[in-house]
Design a protein around this ligand. Structure first.
Ligand SMILES: NC(=O)c1ccc[n+]([C@@H]2O[C@H](COP(=O)([O-])OP(=O)(O)OC[C@H]3O[C@@H](n4cnc5c(N)ncnc54)[C@H](OP(=O)(O)O)[C@@H]3O)[C@@H](O)[C@H]2O)c1
Length: 331
C-alpha cells in the first residue's frame, strides 16, 4: 500500500486500528456519500473535538422535571387538568435536516430503553470489537454469555466473565449455546486461521443454529469493505484498499449474501462499521446508514470500537434494522 494512495492521504493509521478509512475520491472521482439527510437514520452529530465530552450527558441532565419536595404534598382542590404531553427530549432536526439525537446516556443498570434485560450469547467475545460489545451490554444490565473457541475469561474493567467454549461455524454448537437466549451476536473474525472461509461458514451455522434454538434475533459484526463508495464501486474494490484486508472483506461480502438470501425466519442485522475501527473513546454518538460508506464532518470514515458497540447494543434493544444491513460511523 503506497503512502501516496488517496485513501491514505492525511491518515494516521495506528497499529491497533483494524482497517482503512476512505477520505478521497473513489475511482469515479466522486467522494463516498455522507448519509443522506432524511434517509439516514442518523443518531447524532459528533461534537467538534474541542467540544467533545468524555462523559455523555446523563439522563438527569436531560430531565426537566422539578425536584421533588420532601414535604408531603396536599391534594389540589382545583379540578384536575389533563396532564401535558411530555416533551420529546432526544430527537431534533440537525442543520442539514438529518435526524440528530442527544448522545446516549452513560450505561445504566436497568437494561435498555425498553427496560428489558436480555440474555445475549456473544461469539467472538474476546476480540477487539467483542470485548467492547460485552462491556457495553453488561453495563446496561444485560446478561452476556461470552463465547470463544479457546477457554479463558474476559476482564471488563474489574468485572471478570468466564468465557464459554463454542464455535460460530458449527451449527450444533450455536444451537446448544443459544438455547434460552434472547439474542445471538457474532463478532468473530476471519483471521485465525486466514483463508478458512470462516465468515460464510459462520453465517450458515448462525442462521441454522439460532433457528434450531428458537432464537429469533441475530446481530452480526460485519465489515466496511462491502459498503459502496459510489453506485458501482465497493470500498474493497476502490484504489488503496489494503491487500491485507481483502480476504476478510470478501468473506464478509459473501456472508452478507447468505444472510440476505437465507435469512428468512431470523431477525438478523449485519452491522458494517466505518472503514477505520480502533480502541478509543465512548462518546455515545454515531450516525447510521444502509449500504454506503459513511463519512464524518472531516470526510473520514471512522469509529471507536466503543461507539460501534453502543450502536450495536442500541440496535439489539430497539430492533430498527431487522433483516438488513446497517452501516455505523462517527458523524
Ligand atoms: N473496518 C472494518 O471493516 C472492520 C474493522 C474492525 C473489525 N471488523 C470486523 O469485526 C469482527 C471482529 O473483529 P476483531 O478485530 O474484534 O477480531 P479479533 O480481535 O480477531 O477477535 C475475534 C474473536 O473471535 C473469536 N473467534 C474467532 N473465530 C471464532 C469461531 N469460529 N467461533 C467462536 N469464536 C471465534 C476469537 O477467539 P478464539 O480465536 O479464541 O475463538 C476472538 O475472540 C471481524 O469480523 C472484523 O472483520 C471490521
Amino acid at each position: 500500500m503506497s503512502a501516496q494512495s488517496p485513501l491514505w492521504v492525511g491518515q494516521k493509521f495506528s497499529p491497533t486500528s483494524r482497517c482503512v478509512m476512505p477520505t478521497a475520491p473513489s475511482k469515479s472521482g466522486k467522494s463516498p456519500k455522507r448519509s443522506k439527510p432524511g434517509r439516514s437514520r442518523a443518531s447524532a452529530s459528533r461534537p467538534k473535538p474541542s467540544a467533545r465530552r468524555t462523559k455523555p450527558a446523563s439522563r438527569a441532565a436531560v430531565s426537566r422535571r422539578p425536584a421533588r419536595s420532601s414535604k408531603p404534598q396536599r391534594k389540589p382542590k382545583a379540578p384536575l387538568r389533563k396532564a401535558k404531553a411530555k416533551p420529546k427530549t432526544a430527537r431534533a432536526k440537525g442543520p442539514s435536516g438529518s435526524r440528530q439525537a442527544a448522545p446516549r446516556p452513560a450505561p445504566g443498570r436497568n437494561g435498555g430503553p425498553a427496560g428489558k434485560r436480555m440474555k445475549i450469547v456473544l461469539f467472538g467475545a474476546g476480540g477487539l470489537v467483542g470485548t467492547r460489545i460485552a462491556k457495553e451490554a453488561v453495563a446496561r444490565g444485560h446478561k452476556v454469555v461470552p463465547v470463544q473457541r479457546s477457554a479463558g475469561g474476559l476482564d471488563l474493567d474489574g468485572r471478570h466473565l468466564l468465557t464459554v467454549q463454542g464455535d460460530a461455524t458449527d451449527p450444533r454448537s450455536v444451537a446448544e449455546l443459544a438455547k434460552g437466549a434472547d439474542a445471538v451476536v457474532s463478532a468473530v473474525s476471519a483471521r485465525n486461521p486466514p483463508g478458512a472461509d470462516t465468515l460464510p461458514r459462520a453465517a450458515k451455522a448462525l442462521l441454522e443454529g439460532t433457528r434450531k434454538a428458537g432464537v429469533r434475533r441475530l446481530v452480526v459484526v460485519g465489515g466496511a469493505g462491502s459498503l459502496s463508495v459510489d453506485p458501482r464501486t465497493m470500498l474493497l474494490d476502490s484504489p488503496g484498499f489494503p491487500e491485507a484486508y481483502k480476504p476478510e472483506a470478501r468473506e464478509h461480502l459473501e456472508a452478507l449474501h447468505i444472510y440476505r438470501r437465507d435469512g428468512q425466519g431470523v431477525d438478523w442485522t449485519f452491522i458494517s462499521p466505518a472503514a477505520a475501527v480502533f480502541p478509543g473513546e465512548r462518546t455515545g454518538r454515531y450516525q447510521t446508514g444502509e449500504d454506503h460508506v459513511l463519512l464524518d464532518a472531516t470526510g473520514q470514515s471512522r469509529i471507536s470500537a466503543e461507539d460501534y458497540a453502543v450502536a450495536l447494543v442500541d440496535e439489539l434493544e430497539r430492533g430498527a434494522n431487522k433483516g438488513r444491513r446497517m452501516a455505523v460511523a462517527w458523524p
